[in-house]
Design a protein around this ligand. Structure first.
Ligand SMILES: Cc1cc2nc3c(=O)[nH]c(=O)nc-3n(C[C@H](O)[C@H](O)[C@H](O)COP(=O)(O)OP(=O)(O)OC[C@H]3O[C@@H](n4cnc5c(N)ncnc54)[C@H](O)[C@@H]3O)c2cc1C
Length: 551
């Protein structure tokens, strides 16, 4: 069902007419005005077990705003998409809309249709419907997974399939369908996940590589010499693959988990150039993957790189499972992981009040709100100071006794002189949650052990990032935290790093081994953004051309 809420019968009629022309008979279009008590209607549809796919509400209505109504839709229909309709001339991004997006109260906004047909309006509606349909309409299941609902491996396999955009169905052990599948294949029920492929193949407790192989993906690299081996298929690796392959370099990409890296796990990336309504990380990843593939990049799935060595002019990357990639140049794009709180009820609300990483893009939406920042190091301090420019109050939640333990002096001073920042020490976040958005946090005092639950609607977690560089040999220089050191950062007092064999200094993004470059979050000093990773992944190819020409 598509529910349109608008007080004005004429504009409501235009919207409903447009929707009916395009989407009936697959979807039923229902109209209401604010006087019809749309919340009561939503409750009735829920009780009648009717599926609401999108609620479209006009911002300006006589009883409350569309944004206020949409903020409550998920109380009744947890999966419904929420589209705010605004009038032309309402302003480029006025405060209520910015705030509604930041808080996860709406999924998108669009100007109500002014011409008929209005293709821009339809594009937004269709994209929302497509997202909704992915989890609500029956689909061809390429893979069926039978496993324990709560087993970690079973969760990993579902995550792997989901992030690689492979349509699958999950049937818990013990359910009728799950047991029937096991019985058909003659497999005994156990906690280990069992995978049934569309072609009849059955895999019991497979590794990532076995799943990839069974799905027809390549899991071992070719034996020949590549121009570039890209290690990691996050935004940096994918950009390197697009530019490398499109510029005539034979390019191989190694990825053990899922295309898209950290960005692939983000439900909505809102600051990537060219996507004003945001783009899901998974969508961006699939587009980039296809783009590189179209140019001829080769992907090798399922196994991580485990080592790297130089053999003359060749660079050899060893891969778990015993294979190796030989190439003339290597791009290390293995990224980093933000340390998570590890509290599922809070991780579920990422993008709906809970944020990991820097807060710059969200700060304005925090105007007049009470905000929590978790962490006691410089990144948390900077976020607190920045957020305090907009928020009514910022409360820093810090594990240690004092900020000085982990934060630069200047930030400690700045925080002390900012009246709307308060720091609470010796505290850890142990729980919290909310129905659709963050509503509360549970904090534990590390000294007394007492816990308290407080109301909270916005929390930024900055408790460190860990680069994926343990697989690298010692002679690839890294900083104290493990990030790869590149370019001029390698020049101690202007001199090349120890063991550097060339007369020229390392190039921008080049590591302490010639021909081995680093791009994206894995690199020391990187900006930790999708656009920055993509930028570095693109630049590195130009540097590799120079390197291969003997610069
Ligand atoms: C939840 C979340 C939301 C985010 N939202 C935004 C946002 O809205 N806007 C924004 O600009 N940034 C956002 N970021 C940050 C952004 O995603 C990262 O800055 C970006 O993904 C970094 O890209 P990367 O390619 O350098 O590394 P990553 O994305 O970390 O990708 C690295 C890849 O390398 C692979 N890998 C690791 N080890 C190995 C190995 N040994 N061998 C082979 N491959 C390996 C990993 O599996 C991974 O796929 C978000 C991050 C997270 C976690």
């Amino acid at each position: 069902m598509l529910l349109v809420v608008d007080d004005d019968p004429w504009t409501r009629g235009v919207v409903a007419g447009e929707l009916r022309k395009r989407y009936e008979p697959d979807y039923q279009v229902v109209c209401a005005d604010s006087g019809d008590d749309p919340l009561r209607l939503l409750a009735k549809f829920r009780d009648d077990r009717r599926l609401v796919s999108i609620v479209l509400a006009r911002q300006q209505m006589s009883r409350g705003t569309g944004a206020e109504l949409l903020a409550r839709v998920r109380e009744f229909h947890r999966a419904a998409k929420r589209l705010l309709l605004i009038d032309w001339g309402y302003g480029p991004a006025p405060e209520p809309i910015v705030r509604a997006i930041a808080l996860g109260h709406i999924d998108a906004y669009v100007a109500r249709p002014m011409t008929v047909p209005d293709e821009r309006f339809h594009r937004v509606v269709t994209e929302l419907l497509e997202e909704w349909a992915r989890s609500h309409l029956p689909r061809f299941e390429v893979v069926r997974v039978v496993g324990e609902e709560r087993s970690a491996r079973s969760h990993e396999i579902r995550d792997l399939l989901d992030r690689n955009a492979i349509p699958f169905g999950f049937y818990p052990v013990g359910t009728e369908r799950g047991m029937a599948l096991l019985q058909q294949a003659g497999v005994a029920a156990s906690a280990r996940p069992v995978i049934f492929l569309f072609n009849g193949r059955v895999l019991v407790n497979p590794t990532n590589a076995e799943v990839a192989e069974a799905l027809g993906m390549k899991t071992t690299p070719g034996a020949g010499l590549y121009d570039v081996a890209v290690i990691g298929a996050g935004p940096a690796g994918l950009a390197a693959a697009v530019y490398g392959a499109s510029e005539g370099l034979s390019t191989v990409v190694l990825e053990p988990e899922a295309i898209g890296g950290q960005a692939g796990t983000s439900s909505q990336i809102r600051n990537y150039l060219g996507f004003p309504d945001g783009v899901s990380g998974a969508d961006l990843a699939v587009r980039a993957y296809t783009q590189a593939w179209n140019f001829g990049a080769e992907y090798v799935y399922g196994n991580p790189a485990t080592g790297l060595r130089a053999e003359g002019t060749e660079r050899v990357v060893t891969v778990r499972g015993g294979s190796q990639v030989r190439s003339r140049a290597v791009v290390i794009a293995t990224g980093a992981s933000y340390r998570r709180l590890g509290i599922p009820s809070l991780d579920r609300l990422i993008g709906a009040g809970v944020s990991y990483g820097a807060a710059a893009s969200e700060a304005k939406a925090m105007t007049d709100r009470e905000v929590f920042v978790v962490g006691g190091a410089n990144s948390a301090g900077q976020a607190a100071v920045h957020l305090a420019r907009y928020a009514a109050s910022v409360t820093g939640l810090v594990r240690g006794q004092s900020l000085a333990e982990g934060m630069s002096d200047y930030l400690v001073t700045q925080i002390a002189s900012t009246p709307n920042i308060a720091i609470r020490h010796n505290l850890v976040v142990t729980g919290g949650g909310g129905t659709d958005c963050l509503e509360s946090l549970t904090l534990q005092d590390r000294l007394s052990g007492t816990t308290e639950t407080i109301p909270a609607t916005a929390m930024f977690v900055l408790i460190g990032a860990e680069p994926h560089t343990r697989w690298l040999p010692d002679h690839i220089a890294r900083d104290h935290w493990g990030f790869v050191v590149t370019g001029t950062d390698l020049l101690a007092g202007g001199a090349a790093p120890q063991g550097w064999p060339l007369s020229r200094p390392p190039m921008l993004l080049e590591s302490s081994v010639p021909g081995v470059f680093a791009a994206g979050d894995v690199r020391r000093g990187s900006v930790k953004r999708v656009a920055a990773a993509v930028g570095e992944g693109s630049i590195v190819i130009r540097l590799i051309h120079d390197y291969l020409r003997g610069a």
